[in-house]
Design a protein. Structure first.
Length: 140
């Protein structure tokens, strides 16, 4: 799935219909800037908007994701490629999310350690522990 190719395809379909970016945006519920970003290949429409685009242009999701009109021979091949591409992107997103979750958890652990273990003396009244407990309750 090529974001630039999809954008060029959206622009082509829009021009075939003889409508402006603003008119297309109004029909599917987005701004003309959003349509422009798609057509420039800077962004991809979300799944709900893809469905609206497909209805508007009378094409399949597979054709939209392929960035071209497909004949019956090409359709199955492109469908498989699009599914595999979507699964690969999903896997990459999960990896990034796992890393972010891990780093956030590590940061929380360091914060809790600092609260509990810095500046502790035998004369502490327990006030620091109560603050640390309250912070832990907020974080977790």
């Amino acid at each position: 799935m090529d974001q630039k190719k999809i954008g060029i395809f959206i622009a082509l379909l829009r021009r075939e219909r003889g409508i402006t970016q603003a008119e297309l945006g109004e029909k599917i519920g987005v701004t003309n800037k959003t349509v422009s970003r798609w057509e420039n290949g800077n962004y991809m429409p979300d799944i709900a908007t893809m469905l609206s685009l497909c209805e508007e242009f009378e094409i399949s999701i597979n054709e939209l994701l392929s960035g071209q009109r497909l004949g019956s021979d090409e359709f199955r091949k492109k469908a498989d490629e699009n599914v595999v591409g979507s699964l690969k992107r999903e896997k990459a997103i999960w990896k990034k999310k796992k890393l972010i979750d891990f780093l956030e958890g590590g940061g929380t652990g360091i914060l809790v350690s600092i609260i509990f273990f810095t500046g502790r003396t035998a004369e502490d009244s327990g006030f620091d522990r109560r603050i640390g407990y309250a912070v832990c309750r907020l974080v977790f």
